[in-house]
Design a binder for this molecule. Structure first.
Ligand SMILES: C[S@@+](CC[C@H](N)C(=O)[O-])C[C@H]1O[C@@H](n2cnc3c(N)ncnc32)[C@H](O)[C@@H]1O
Length: 547
C-alpha cells in the first residue's frame, strides 16, 4: 500500500457527476476540512452513481443507504484488524461504514484500508468505491492511500483464492436476481458453471443473492461472521431450502435483521439480513430496522428461517404431529397457465340468475366466504362484477380432464394471505383461476372436515412459520401447493367433527363472532394445540377480514 500527500483523482475512470463531487470534496479535505458531516458526502458519492445508472435491474445494482449499512455493521460487531469483505461492493457504502466503525474503535487508518476487500462486476462502480475509501482515508488519516483490495470480477467465479478462508467478516447487499424473470435470469453457460461450483446447494430458481450467502460462508472459512441483505422470500422459499439447510449445518443463523420494505428508495422489496456465526447461545435475536423491536427466540435448525420472522410478526409457534397429512386425504393442485388462457377466452359478465360455472379468483376468496357479486374482481386485464365461464364446446384434450376435476366438490385456497383464506365449493360449481389452490378430497364426505383443518388457527400458524417472508409483505405468506399438501391433519375426534360442523355453519349462515371463537377452540383441541395465544392471534387476523 502506497501513501502520498497529493491527491490524484482519475476523472476518466469515474462518471462525470461523481468525479465532480469527489474533486470538490478532495479540495476541501486538502484544505483541512475535518467536519463530521463529511461522512454524509462520502456516502452520497454512491447515490450519485446510482442516479447515473440507466438500468439497475439487470445487475441488481440497488445501493444501500449509509444509515442502513451503518446499522448492520453495528449489529455484526466488527473488531479492530478484522479482515472484512463485501463481495458485491458497489460504490463501497458497507466498507465505508466498516472503516468508520473500526476508526471509532481506535484502529489506525492504514491498517483499516489494508483490511478491506471488495469485488464488483461493474468496473465504474468499483472506481466509485475506490475514490470513496481514498477520500475517507484522507479525511480520517490525512493520507492519500492506495486502495489495493478492490477488484473487478464476477464474485461467484473470480474471487482470488487467498480470500477464501481469509475473511473474518463478509457483509453487504448482493444483487437480487430472481430466476423467474427473463431480464435477470442466468445465462445457461454461467448457470452450468455455478451448478458445478455449488453442487446440490444450487437449484435452477435460486436467487443469485443466496449464492452470495453461500460464498460468504466459504470466504470466512466457515468460522467468521456473514451478514448479507437478502429478499425476505429466501427465508422460506422452496428453491433456497437446500442452501439454508447447508448453512444451518455449517455456520448457523444466529441473528436476523429485518429491514422491511422501506430500505431502498428505488426498489420496494421486503428485505432481511441473516447473520451467520458460531455462537454459544441457543437463542437467536430478531430485530426490526423499522420498529426497532427486538426479540429472543430459540435458534432454528434445518433451514426453517421463516419461523424467526413469524415470531417477530407475533405468530404463535405450533408443533403439529405429522402422522397424517393433507395429501393423504386430498390432492392439492395449482392451476397451469393453459387453463388460465382457456378461461380468459371464455369469461363473460353475467348476473345472479346465470347457472354457468362461476369464476373464482384469489380476490374473491376470504376466510369462509366467496364474494362473487359482492366485490369487483380483475381477471385477464378486465374488471368483472359477476364473471361466469362459458364452457360450451369441447375443450382441448389437455383441458378436458382439468375441467372434469375442477367441477367437483373442492376447497379453494387463496395464496397471498395472513391467515388461510379457504372456501368450500360443495357442489363443484366454481372454476378457479391461477394462483388459487384447489384441494380435492379423495372422499367427498370429508370435504367439511378438511375445510375445518385447513381453516383452523393451527394450520394458519403452521403455514406462517414455514413461509413467513414469502408473500408480498412481511406479514403475508405465499401458500404453495406442496406446502399445503404437507399440512398435518388432526387425528379423528369429536372436536374435529364439531369443527367440521361449525366450518359449514360459518360458511353457509351469517354467524356471530362467538361461533368463530368456538370453531377456533374446538380445532385447537382437535390439533392438541389448546393455546389462548393462538386463538387470540387467529381471531385478530380474522376480524380484519370481516365485512
Ligand atoms: C444491490 S447492489 C449493492 C452494492 C453495495 N454492496 C451496496 O450495498 O450498496 C449489488 C452490486 O452487485 C454487483 N454485481 C452484480 N452481479 C455481480 C457478480 N456476479 N459479482 C460481483 N458483483 C456483482 C452490481 O454491479 C452491484 O454493484
Amino acid at each position: 500500500m502506497g501513501a502520498s500527500t497529493s491527491l490524484k483523482i482519475d476523472e476518466m475512470a469515474l462518471p462525470p457527476t461523481v468525479a465532480l463531487a469527489a474533486s470538490a470534496l478532495a479540495k476541501r479535505l486538502e484544505a483541512g476540512d475535518r467536519a463530521e458531516e463529511v461522512i454524509v458526502e462520502l456516502a452520497e458519492l454512491g447515490q450519485i452513481r446510482q442516479k447515473g445508472l440507466e438500468d439497475h435491474r439487470t445487475n441488481g445494482a440497488v445501493f444501500t443507504p449509509y444509515s442502513v449499512a451503518e446499522e448492520l455493521v453495528g449489529e455484526v460487531g466488527i473488531n479492530a484488524r478484522d479482515i472484512v469483505c463485501d463481495p458485491s461492493v458497489g460504490p463501497g457504502v458497507f466498507l465505508l461504514a466498516v472503516a468508520e466503525h473500526k476508526f471509532q474503535q481506535g484502529e489506525a487508518v492504514p491498517s483499516i484500508i489494508e483490511s478491506l476487500r471488495g469485488i464488483d462486476i461493474d468496473p465504474v462502480t468499483v472506481e466509485v468505491a475506490r475514490i470513496t475509501l481514498q477520500l475517507w482515508a484522507l479525511w480520517r488519516g490525512e493520507e492519500w492511500l492506495t486502495v489495493d483490495h478492490l477488484i473487478v470480477g464476477d464474485a461467484l467465479l473470480d474471487i482470488p483464492a487467498d480470500w477464501f478462508g481469509g475473511c473474518d467478516v463478509v457483509i453487504g447487499n448482493p444483487p437480487f436476481l430472481g430466476q423467474l424473470k427473463s431480464e435477470t435470469v442466468r445465462n445457461p453457460i454461467r448457470a452450468q458453471t455455478l451448478k458445478e461450483k455449488f453442487g446440490n446447494r444450487y437449484t435452477a430458481y435460486l436467487d443469485e443473492s443466496m449464492l452470495f450467502l453461500l460464498l460468504g460462508v466459504e470466504l470466512t472459512g466457515e468460522r467468521g461472521t456473514v451478514a448479507l441483505i437478502l429478499p425476505a422470500s429466501l427465508l422460506g422459499s422452496d428453491s433456497s431450502r437446500l442452501a439454508r439447510e447447508w448453512i444451518d449445518s455449517t455456520l448457523p443463523l444466529r441473528d436476523l435483521w429485518v429491514g422491511g420494505r422501506s430500505v431502498f428508495e428505488v426498489a420496494a422489496v421486503e428485505v432481511v439480513a441473516p447473520i451467520l456465526r458460531e455462537a454459544q447461545s441457543r437463542d437467536c435475536r430478531v430485530v426490526s430496522y423499522e420498529s426497532k423491536k427486538a426479540i429472543q427466540v430459540p435458534a432454528v435448525s434445518d433451514g426453517q428461517w421463516s419461523r424467526l420472522l413469524a415470531a417477530l410478526n407475533g405468530t404463535p409457534v405450533v408443533h403439529l404431529s405429522n402422522q397424517v397429512i393433507l395429501s393423504d386425504h386430498a390432492s392439492v393442485t395449482a392451476d397451469f397457465r393453459d387453463a388460465y388462457y382457456w378461461l380468459a377466452e371464455r369469461v363473460t359478465e353475467s348476473d345472479r340468475e346465470d347457472v354457468r360455472p362461476r369464476l373464482a379468483t384469489v380476490g374473491l376468496i376470504d376466510p369462509f366466504r366467496f364474494m362473487h357479486g359482492q366485490v369487483q374482481t380483475r381477471f385477464a386485464k378486465q374488471k368483472f362484477d359477476y364473471p361466469v365461464i362459458d364452457i360450451e364446446g369441447d375443450p382441448p384434450p389437455k383441458l378436458s380432464k382439468w375441467l372434469e376435476q375442477k367441477l367437483e366438490p373442492k376447497l379453494l385456497v387463496a395464496t397471498q394471505t395472513q391467515i388461510v383464506e379457504c372456501y368450500a365449493d360443495p357442489e363443484g360449481e366454481l372454476l378457479p383461476s391461477t394462483p388459487l389452490l384447489s384441494v380435492l378430497p379423495v372422499e367427498e364426505t370429508q370435504l367439511w372436515h378438511l375445510m375445518a383443518a385447513v381453516s383452523s388457527p393451527a394450520a394458519s400458524a403452521w403455514l406462517s412459520c414455514i413461509a413467513a417472508g414469502t408473500g408480498l409483505s412481511q406479514t403475508t405468506i405465499r401458500i404453495r401447493a406442496s406446502m399445503l399438501a404437507d399440512l398435518p391433519l388432526p387425528l379423528p375426534s369429536k372436536s374435529w367433527d364439531e369443527g367440521a360442523y361449525l366450518a359449514r355453519k360459518i360458511q353457509e349462515e351469517t354467524v356471530d363472532e362467538q361461533t368463530c371463537i368456538r370453531f377456533g377452540e374446538v380445532m385447537n383441541q382437535a390439533y392438541n394445540a389448546p393455546s389462548e395465544a393462538l386463538l387470540r392471534w387467529w381471531m385478530e387476523q380474522l376480524r380484519k377480514k370481516q365485512p
